[in-house]
Design a protein around this ligand. Sequence first.
Ligand SMILES: NC(=O)C1=CN([C@@H]2O[C@H](COP(=O)(O)OP(=O)(O)OC[C@H]3O[C@@H](n4cnc5c(N)ncnc54)[C@H](O)[C@@H]3O)[C@@H](O)[C@H]2O)[C@@H](O)CC1
Ligand SMILES: Nc1ncnc2c1ncn2[C@@H]1O[C@H](COP(=O)(O)OP(=O)(O)O)[C@@H](O)[C@H]1O
Ligand SMILES: [K+]
Length: 524
Amino acid sequence: MKIVSVEQMRQMDQTAISEFGIPDQLLMENAGLASYEKIRDRFDLQKDKFLIVCGGGNNGGDGLVVARKLFSNEAKVQVVLLSNPSKFKGSAHLNYQIAQQMKIPTQSIENAQDFETLLPAFDVIVDAIFGTGLDREVGGKYRDIIQAINRSGKPVVSIDIPSGINGNTGQVMGIAVKADMTITFGLPKLGNLLLPGFEYNGQLFVTHISFAPKIFNNPEVQTQTNDPVELPERPTDAHKGFCGKVLFVAGAANYLGAPYFAAHAFLKAGGGLSYLATPRQIASTIAMQGPEIIFQPLQATESGSIAHENLDFLLEFSEDMEMVIVGPGASLQAETQQLIRDLLEKSPKPVLVDGDGLTAVAKDPACIKFRQAPTILTPHPGEMARLLNISIGEVQKNRVEVLRRACKELNAIIVLKGAHSLIGHPDGRVYMNLSGNPGMATAGSGDVLTGTIAAMYALLKDPLLATRIGVFLHGLAGDLAAQKMGMDGLLAGDILQHLPEALQHYRRHWREMKNQNYGKISLV
Ligand SMILES: NC(=O)C1=CN([C@@H]2O[C@H](COP(=O)(O)OP(=O)(O)OC[C@H]3O[C@@H](n4cnc5c(N)ncnc54)[C@H](O)[C@@H]3O)[C@@H](O)[C@H]2O)[C@@H](O)CC1
Ligand SMILES: Nc1ncnc2c1ncn2[C@@H]1O[C@H](COP(=O)(O)OP(=O)(O)O)[C@@H](O)[C@H]1O
Ligand SMILES: [K+]
């Protein structure tokens, strides 16, 4: 499913109006009707009392439609207006007039105390305060009212987006409504799906409000959910060479976990031959954990990291490989960092750079910018900040745009890790992954992802698709592990152990997972 910015949503509304002649009023009516239907399905119209809290924009207008539908179905409703009704424009104004003429109980609220006095008499709150028009921090009485809503403990239904969440970034603009259910219109906004906004939706529903498919499938919208696709079968006569040969250049004296997790995850995700080039001194220790890995012991620096003199050997050895994975646990030793840059620059093979490899790239990005073969980078927000020389806060505040910029500047497919990881391509496409859980924020989890992407590359031979499906599978393995053992204390090894089951589950259920947006967005 496509995911839109606030500006794109406005444009789509305009297209629906100008190209298809759907009047503005009809769009608002559809929005209100879809919201009403979800409310009707969830609550008891005969018993429950509904408080509809309306702001002064079109989001408030949607709220007035909901109020009218509830009222005309004989539910008990009270509208509260937080802004002077003379400010309503267009369809919102029309719906205000209708509500007045129908004598729907309506009250203007001047301060939060009056609101708090009203609250106890109601069972359900409909939040139509701000939608995509939120353009500044929430303060004053709005802040106090949102706080009162959140404190009330009553079920809350948000219209379009929980009020206070920025539609483009998912950031909380000071305070935001914590909803139990959100009905969003046209398509999900970035703010509905980016964290922390996503958490504020409760259950998220999308209604196309009678947009033509041409509008909501618009190819110009370059952000979408990371949907699973069908994987090719393993042929009956598959041999280990068929399932891919990759080389991991990883590890240092005090980093034994990262190379193991990455090289072993490749095998656990269905890869054929996993070669690990690592300092001689640690190879046998890692081999005890992962005897299926094939070792290429390397000369080490004094501190036990990979020495620069291995460069020619690594280039030669990788000639026969489908992909070279550089960086997990490689250390920040200066000589090793230079080796990584030289290897990346000179290797004609597809490469995946992770961990300490990303630090090497950050120091001199020219080593990847002009590569002809595909480059995949898998930074977490801290590594992304280093790559672009900005702060982590700047990365997190605008993950999608920061990722887009990084992909273009670095000429690479990039995974910006973290909850709802994003996968970006230099051509501007961005995919948002919906699998995974916070239990996966654990040491070594990223190394397992690296190996999983490499295995998908061996299977799919397409760097973008491999990255997307690798991220999806890694999240799925984490979710399957968490289902069994919970999220606390989940370890990278648990994610690793669940990769085969994740693949099996994926092969059986990819279509349902796609159609149901991994259970995170329901179409109504
Ligand atoms: N044709 C359309 O554009 C449609 C829009 N729809 C609804 O319209 C909404 C967008 O409407 P609007 O653009 O009117 O914007 P909103 O209704 O989201 O809010 C804008 C109003 O809130 C005020 N405001 C913004 N930030 C504030 C803050 N921090 N403190 C106090 N006041 C603040 C603005 O001054 C303005 O009066 C969508 O979210 C959706 O609910 C739907 O009716 C479907 C069709
Ligand atoms: N809250 C979360 N929800 C879903 N996935 C997460 C969350 N936090 C972390 N992850 C995933 O776990 C992995 C952590 O990787 P990383 O930060 O590189 O850890 P490490 O370097 O220790 O391996 C990434 O794939 C990331 O997307
Ligand atoms: K809202």
